[in-house]
Design a protein around this ligand. Structure first.
Ligand SMILES: C[S@@+](CC[C@H](N)C(=O)[O-])C[C@H]1O[C@@H](n2cnc3c(N)ncnc32)[C@H](O)[C@@H]1O
Length: 322
């Protein structure tokens, strides 16, 4: 699902009085701020208005699509959330998406240090949900305690911090979590390596992992592999222009973790951690299971299983055991 039309319209309005060429030029620097290892310790990666607008046009559609996929997975379980805390909220991407998926949310709190993103988030939440959220401006690494909240989300945020700061914020976020904590990161080997460490810390705190892992054992993936998934999203003309892209769509890769507090205990179902290979007469799937990594082949000879296997997508759980 793309960004809702009302939001796209609002987002495009932000460009009406802007030099789009300047935004396009700044996109290069924005990308560098995120990918250049020498710039890893930048205090702020989004450094001026044009970079911020570039983020809105080219990254928000992608981070929104990922939030929708991940929160959609959480919505398959029987949770009710009345409060949300969105850490590193930026323009409010995760909060806007969460309110669509969990309309019962009453209290939405966002924290970020970027005062211009606060303005965007407030206007986007007003257009999308007629909601006035609580948006606080802070350096999150300096906050000693977060308020107890049903659902805590960190979307494309922890990976921007030093390992020490990320670990300390994770601990405080987990203490504040009443029901579920969702972490979303870019689907890169480096971001996954950090997420894998955070996952182990959460398990040490007693968290139950709801997804993507169907177990709380050590991650079975070796150092040369990384657990990631993908969503496809349409690009708008503005997105294509700022990104200098020709394709009408893009595939956004992401890694994620949903941790929940007891007494809830998730049911462990094997999950497809790679794109299924659909060959003539059989489907091969790579699974993460409670007993480690497994590969299964569903052959046409077993009609019912083969039919189900043909519908499987990367990131899905296997409903029936072979
Ligand atoms: C990549 S953006 C993610 C925005 C949004 N969550 C999304 O998914 O689109 C990262 C956000 O983290 C914020 N951020 C980074 N370090 C921070 C810190 N120490 N305190 C508060 N906000 C921080 C940035 O200002 C930026 O808005």
């Amino acid at each position: 699902m793309p960004l809702p039309n009302s939001l796209l319209k609002k987002l495009e309005e932000s460009f009406e009085t802007t030099d789009k060429l300047a935004v396009k030029n700044e996109r290069y620097y924005l990308t560098q701020n995120y990918t250049d290892q020498e710039k890893e310790n930048l205090k702020r990666r989004i450094r001026n208005t044009h970079q911020r607008l570039s983020y809105l046009a080219t990254r928000v559609p992608a981070t929104y699509a990922v939030c929708e996929d991940v929160l959609g997975r959480l919505a398959q379980y029987d949770f009710e959330f009345s409060s949300l805390l969105d850490l590193g909220a930026g323009p409010g991407t995760a909060s806007i998406c969460a309110k669509y998926i969990f309309p019962e949310l009453e209290k939405i709190s966002l924290i970020d240090q970027d005062k211009d993103f606060k303005v965007f988030a407030e206007s986007f939440l007003k257009v999308a949900h007629h909601t006035q959220p609580l948006y606080e401006l802070h350096d999150i690494s300096k906050i000693s305690k977060f308020p107890p909240t049903d659902l805590v989300i960190s979307s494309y945020f922890l990976n921007e911090l030093s390992e020490k700061n990320a670990g300390s914020i994770l601990h405080k976020a987990w203490l504040a979590t009443k029901k579920a904590l969702v972490i979303i990161e870019p689907g890169t080997p480096k971001a996954f390596k950090n997420l894998k460490k955070l996952r182990q810390e959460l398990i040490n705190y007693g968290a139950h992992i709801l997804a993507p892992c169907p177990h709380e054992n050590a991650c079975p993936l070796g150092d040369d592999d990384w657990c990631h998934f993908s969503v496809r999203l349409e690009r708008t003309p503005l997105h294509k222009y700022i990104k200098e892209a020709t394709l009408s769509y893009e595939d956004e890769k992401f890694s994620y973790l949903i941790a929940v507090k007891g007494p809830y205990k998730p049911i462990s179902l094997p999950r497809l951690i790679k794109k299924p290979r659909k060959r003539p007469g059989h489907v091969i799937v790579d699974l993460c299971t409670a007993n480690g990594l497994q590969q299964e082949t569903f052959s046409k000879k077993d009609k019912a299983l083969y039919k189900d296997a043909q519908k499987l997508k990367w990131g899905d759980c296997l409903k029936s055991e072979k």
